[in-house]
Design a protein around this ligand. Structure first.
Ligand SMILES: *Cc1c(COP(=O)(O)O)cnc(C)c1O
Length: 432
């Protein structure tokens, strides 16, 4: 399979290039040349398959030309080492829990698959693959955890000193092994500038076999479609779900569209956002107007120029009408989100995080207009990741911290101090 740039369909690369480079040089996004469809054989038996079997079938449809079945199965099984259960809160009101991975958010699925696929693609390179990431918190944690213990890879994370939360810092600095954390005496922008300087240094980038594990990497998108199929399978036979997706950069929603293109019976998609409602506005008016983001309590969705929007457009042949017929948009503000967190607790005895709460509001609004529909709201992170908001709405200590997060508190932080000086950073990399 070849991959083309959304900016130029005749610019094509192979899988290795698309995954290791993340982005085409023309600043478009990579898309598969032919969108795969799963055959009738799969849709006859899909309800009886396990999560890993579904994942393998999807991965094979995308990557089967390039990756042999046994390797692909190992990549999928290693990725899906935890479940994504559907929980029912009330009639037609379902939640898909995507936070059972090591860093308690759905990004674990994409990051783990990407790590394993990258390791396989570079297996014969005869040298280490070095992943360089700057992080302001969460993304770095998911990437570090995903590459931890993956043979042939190492990760260098740069984070701004004193600017990430205590537990976030532990997620970056307490892993050890092939993960090295650099505590930069500067801002997140300084960290990004250092990373950029390393990639611009062609000789260095080549010698170190550098890759960026960028968030719009196609290898992060495809595995996110696994759980749409796995979720639909958990509803009664014959029920076509409406997927409600709390969205920021719209990778998650795009993965749902890929699942639909694979043949999954889907009633509709609802794109739920906070005040950063660029896509809901586009769906309403047909006018796409990116703008600077506004901070909210569902901050992983504070995006004013969603990076996957061009992929969504490509999937609908650049037709607003087509997109509108399958995707609706809704947005809610922080006050409504806070009230929803309290309401879900009181009415359903369920703790929902601020991102899931935005989705839950959209799901409820959708069911009010379509009373016979069944919504599946994606719960994108565990509420324990947002203690300030949860404590304020449900009372201090109401949310229990999962063991895998709690153990980090006792682990030792190991980080190398780094200045913002590019030459010093380069020298450190050279000696790595
Ligand atoms: C990243 C993230 C989102 C947004 O997902 P996109 O794929 O960027 O739309 C929503 N919720 C949480 C908790 C996230 O970490």
């Amino acid at each position: 399979m070849l991959y083309h740039s959304t900016n130029n369909p005749s610019f094509r690369v192979d899988l290795k290039e698309a995954i290791l480079r993340s982005l085409p040089p023309d600043n478009g996004l990579y898309m598969p040349d032919a969108l795969p469809v799963l055959g009738g054989d799969f849709w006859k038996i899909w309800r009886h398959l396990g999560f890993q079997e579904i994942g393998f079938a999807v991965a094979e449809a995308f990557f089967g030309d390039d990756v042999p079945a046994d390797a692909l199965r190992e990549i999928v099984d290693g990725t899906l080492a935890f479940d994504a259960p559907v929980v029912t809160l009330g009639p037609g009101d379902h939640v898909l829990e995507l936070f059972h991975g090591p860093t308690l958010a759905f990004k674990d699925f994409g990051a783990r698959f990407m790590a394993r696929l990258m390791a396989w693609l570079t297996r014969d390179d005869g040298r280490m693959l070095t992943v360089l990431v700057a992080t302001s918190g969460d993304t770095g944690g998911a990437v570090a955890s995903a590459f931890h213990h993956v043979p042939g890879t190492r990760v260098v994370i740069l984070y701004p000193k004193g600017k990430v939360s205590g537990l976030q810092e532990k997620q970056l600095t307490a892993l050890g092994g092939n993960i090295t954390a650099l505590e930069v005496d500067g801002s997140f922008d300084d960290c990004q500038a250092l990373v950029k300087s390393a990639f611009l240094d062609r000789e260095l980038a080549e010698n170190l076999n550098l890759t960026s594990a960028n968030s719009i990497n196609l290898a992060r998108l495809v595995p996110q479609s696994f759980y749409y199929i796995h979720a639909a399978r958990q509803l009664p036979d014959g029920v076509k779900p409406v997927f409600v997706v709390p969205s920021g950069n719209f990778g998650n929603l795009t993965a749902g569209l890929l699942a639909m293109k694979l043949g999954l019976p889907v009633d509709h998609f609802v794109a739920a956002t906070n005040r950063n409602d660029v896509v809901p506005e586009f769906l309403r008016t047909g006018i796409y107007q990116p703008r600077p983001s506004t901070p909210t309590i569902s901050n992983a969705m504070d995006v004013g120029a969603p990076s996957n929007f061009v992929r969504m457009q490509a999937l609908f042949g650049d037709s607003w009408r087509e997109m509108k017929s399958r995707v609706s948009g809704m947005w809610f503000d922080d006050e409504q989100t806070r009230a929803a967190i309290r309401e879900v607790k009181t009415l359903c005895d369920y703790q929902i995080d601020p991102h899931g709460a935005v989705g839950w509001l959209a799901a409820r609004a959708w069911r009010a207009q379509h009373p016979c529909s069944s919504t599946i709201t994606l719960e994108t992170a565990h509420p324990a990741k947002f203690p300030d908001v949860m404590d304020a709405e449900l009372g201090a200590g109401a949310v229990e911290i999962p063991e895998r997060l709690a153990v980090l508190a006792d682990r030792q932080k190991v980080a190398i101090p780094m200045s913002t000086d590019k030459a010093a950073f380069r020298q450190w990399l050279v000696e790595l």
